[in-house]
Design a protein. Structure first.
Length: 215
């Protein structure tokens, strides 16, 4: 499997390209602010053909360039409104910092993400709804990899103080959807460096009080 990742934009949001191998079809996960040029470079370097954009959630730092590639954009229905009204999911401070960078995202085709298997680009991706950071946050599981968006970071978790955030929902999502995964699962987050579920279970102070309710 081929995974290419890089940060972009004011808030260094991670964008990922995922394919079975070089020269194959791929999906683009979270092409945020200013991601398009680096996506184009990666597509050329690895001879990849993009077939879809997958959004872990609708915040503009993760979807600002989602419409650039004229591809179907897969996003949870709860977050679709953030594409056309990105200011509704941001604080006044964030809007002031970004200024004119905040603009509506208008993909040619929107596809509602649902829980379960997503067969795309020759990959089988498991989609799990993880509300808390936003109502429509989701994670993507692929083998021993999990793309966590802004639900889980290395050493931290997503913020819940923006519109639509919920501490209780985030804690439930972490307990039910992430702490049930194998310790060897590699965490590819929406910001910052990679980790593993085992490493976060042992060292992430925000996870120590959570109880796994099923798995």
């Amino acid at each position: 499997m081929l995974v290419v990742g890089f940060p972009s934009g004011t808030f260094a949001a991670n964008c990922y390209l995922v394919a079975r191998e070089a020269g194959a079809d791929c999906v683009i996960i979270d092409p945020g602010q200013d991601a398009a040029p680096r996506v184009a470079d990666a597509l050329e370097e690895h001879r990849l053909t993009p077939v879809a954009v997958l959004a872990t959630h609708g915040h503009f730092d993760h979807v600002a360039d989602a419409a650039t590639f004229d591809l179907p954009v897969h996003i949870r229905p709860e977050d679709r409104g953030l594409l056309t009204d990105p200011a509704s999911g941001a604080s006044p401070q964030l809007l002031a910092a970004l200024g004119d960078a905040v603009r509506p995202v208008e993909p040619a085709e929107l596809v509602d993400l649902a829980d379960g298997e997503l067969e795309i680009a020759g990959l089988t991706i498991m989609v799990d709804h993880t509300p808390g950071h936003t109502p429509g946050s989701a994670i993507f599981r692929l083998g021993e990899l999990v793309f966590t968006g802004d639900t889980l970071f290395a050493g931290s978790i997503g913020r819940t103080d923006l519109p639509g955030g919920s501490v209780s929902q985030l804690e439930q999502s972490l307990a039910d959807r992430l702490l049930t995964l194998d310790d060897r699962t590699v965490v590819l987050p929406g910001h910052g460096g990679t980790s593993t579920i085992g490493g976060e279970r042992r060292a992430n102070p925000f996870l120590s009080a959570l109880k796994v309710t099923h798995g």
